[in-house]
Every structure is written in C-alpha cells, then in structure tokens.
Ligand binder design. Structure first.
Ligand SMILES: Cc1cc2nc3c(=O)[nH]c(=O)nc-3n(C[C@H](O)[C@H](O)[C@H](O)COP(=O)(O)O)c2cc1C
Length: 332
C-alpha cells in the first residue's frame, strides 16, 4: 500500500505555471488594483489583472500599470480578457490590451464569456496559457474547440456573475475534458481551499476573500460589509448588468428590487435589441460599481460578493491569506 503523503500543492496548475500555491486572485471589476494583484503573486499564488479596473477605476495607463506590478513582484501575474460580443471599439481595445500584456511578458490569460479562439492563437504563439471561465458544458465545449489549456468552473457560490451548479456538480460534469479544473466560488477559508483540492480541483480562483485585504483599494465600508455579511445576505440581482450578479443585500438593492424592469427584460429577449440593452447595462454598471467601490460614506452600497462571506471574518493582508491556506494544504 502506498502511504506516502499526497502533496496537495503539486497540481497541474502549479506545474504548468511554476507558481508555488494553486490560488488565483480572480479578476475583479472594480476591485482589482495593481497592488492587490502583485501581493497575491508575490506570496506564491497568482493575481489576475482586470484591464478596465486598472485603467478606468485606478487611472493607470495600461502599460504603465503592468510595469507598476513588475516593480512590486517578478513572479507570474495573469490577465483577464472578456470576450463578450459587444461594441467593436471595446473588442478592439481588449485585443490591444492583450497584445501589450504579451509584449510585457504576461503568459497566463483568463478568458470569460464567448469563444476564446483568437485569444488562444495569440497566447499560444508566444508559449502562454489560456484558462477559460465556464459555468456549464456548453461553454466548456467552446473553450475546448478553441484549444484552451484549463477550465475555471464558476459555481453557484461565486461573487460576480455566479454559476448555477455546485462545485461538486461542476467537477463531475467537467472532469472528462481532461484539462486542469479550477474551482471558482465560495472559497473563503483554508478548509474550503483544502476541500476543493481534495475533490480533485487543480486550484482555486478567489475573489470575495481578496477584497477584504489591506492591499485592495476598495472602500473600508465595502470591506467591512464583507466581514459582517452572512450567507443569507447574499442575493442575485439582474438590475446591475442584466444577468444575475451576486451582491450583498443592502437598503439600495432592497429599494431597487432584484429583477430587471419589464422594458429591459423585453429588450434583453429581442435578437436585435439585446446587444444594445447589454451595452447600456455594461456602461451604466461600470460607472455605478466604480462609484460604489470608492465611496467611503457607505450610501452607494452596490457591493458584489459571494457566499464565502460566511467564512470571512477579518481584513488581512493578501499574502497572509495565501500563506495560511498553503500551510493548511501542506499539512495534509
Ligand atoms: C467584485 C467582483 C468583481 C468581479 N469581476 C470579474 C471580472 O471583471 N471578470 C471576471 O472574469 N470575473 C469577475 N469576478 C469573478 C472572480 O474573478 C471570481 O471568479 C469569483 O469572485 C470567485 O468567487 P468568490 O468571490 O466566491 O471567491 C468578479 C468577482 C467579484 C467578487
């Protein structure tokens, strides 16, 4: 009988990327600032840059922002490319950001929504990796057809645009693709991290946990709301982006209601009108979420977070979280 201890930190993700701890700090609009991305990478995980957050929320010219991260750490960082079909000018901008990131040495890309084929072509040409966010097989098939290197399974406990299935269900549904699978959603403490690795995941992508950190530049009221929220305070609202987004239930949300209005719903159903409606939602939500995340008065309370709030009970440094989780996995 083989009684050698299993090294839970030795996974396809750590082997492919060379990072020490299989933890990604997921891209977060509007919460990914360069200091947070760098802190997670410096501690042995990997921070994922959100380009709109970097430029529009934190005001960095894109290449200068990447170099700011490089001043803070020489360890690998990744970038999020949203490939939703929307305005042409937006798609061109994403493509330009991807090219700059590759020029600056970034070799790990997380794609969300749509078909990531053009991203895979560019990234593989320079020897990089593409992991694709998915909530079910339909999206995993698009990723597979495009040649992605890994899948990020976004489950029903995630912050941001949550999935509909549990981490267990998604693992069972996606394991036969034979790609590294990352668990995104609901990981707030070391026990949940270890449980995801034991389930067979090659790593985790965490968002909510990393907002409540010293390095994240979101407002203190937002961070404190995450620390005090309970699982039952997390609700899904269609009012922000037109599709369900996971947020803390605050007086503003209660006033607005959680469903899209009748006109918006009708427009979101139409083949022609749905693109306009989505663009309208996207522009409005970029502005609303940016304003809310920076507002210290607490009156603009649009705060995205997932069910992992239940296990988050203090604001700490991002590096301390990565080290604590790694130590817990190392003891197994
Ligand atoms: C505030 C917030 C903003 C997010 N923004 C994005 C985004 O811009 N792009 C993206 O691919 N995922 C986004 N996500 C999802 C995260 O990258 C990650 O998959 C998710 O937070 C994992 O769930 P957790 O919050 O339970 O850890 C966001 C999540 C949060 C909480």
């Amino acid at each position: 009988m083989n009684t050698a201890p299993i090294d839970l930190l030795d996974t396809p993700l750590t082997r492919q990327t060379g990072i020490a701890v299989p933890i990604l700090c997921g891209a977060m609009y509007p919460c990914s600032n360069p200091e947070l991305v760098a802190a997670v990478s410096a501690a042995g995980g990997m921070g994922i840059i959100q380009p709109i957050s970097m430029t529009y929320v934190y005001g960095h010219e894109f290449r200068a922002g990447l170099r700011r991260i490089r001043e803070l750490t020489s360890k690998p960082v990744g970038m999020n490319v949203l490939i939703e079909k929307s305005a042409k000018s937006y798609q061109d901008k994403m493509a330009r950001w991807l090219d700059i990131a590759l020029e600056e040495g970034i070799r790990f890309i997380v794609t969300s929504l749509g078909k990531p084929d053009w991203v895979v072509q560019r990234v593989h040409a320079v020897g990089g990796l593409v992991y694709h966010d998915v909530t079910e097989r339909k999206w995993a098939d698009k990723g597979m057809a495009s040649g992605v290197d890994g899948l990020i399974a976004v489950n029903n406990r995630a912050g941001g645009h949550a999935g509909t299935k549990s981490a267990q269900q998604l693992h069972a549904e996606l394991a036969d693709y034979g790609l590294p699978l990352i668990c995104a959603g609901g990981i707030g403490d070391a026990a949940a991290f270890v449980a995801a690795l034991r389930l067979g995941y090659a790593g985790v992508q965490m968002g909510t946990r990393f907002i409540a950190t010293h390095e994240c530049r979101a407002s203190e009221v937002y961070k404190n709301a995450i620390v005090s929220a309970r699982e039952q305070d997390i609700v899904l609202s269609e009012r922000i982006t037109g599709v369900p987004v996971s947020l803390i239930n605050t007086p503003t949300l209660q006033r607005m209601g959680l469903r899209a209005g009748p006109v918006a719903r009708w427009m979101l159903r139409g083949r022609r009108t749905k693109h306009w409606m989505r663009t309208l939602y996207a522009l409005r939500s970029l502005w609303q979420l940016r304003r809310a995340s920076q507002d210290e008065s607490g009156t603009k309370d649009f705060w995205q977070a997932g069910k992992s709030v239940a296990t988050i009970d203090s604001i700490e440094s991002a590096g301390a979280i990565v080290r604590r989780f790694a130590a817990a996995a190392g003891r197994n």
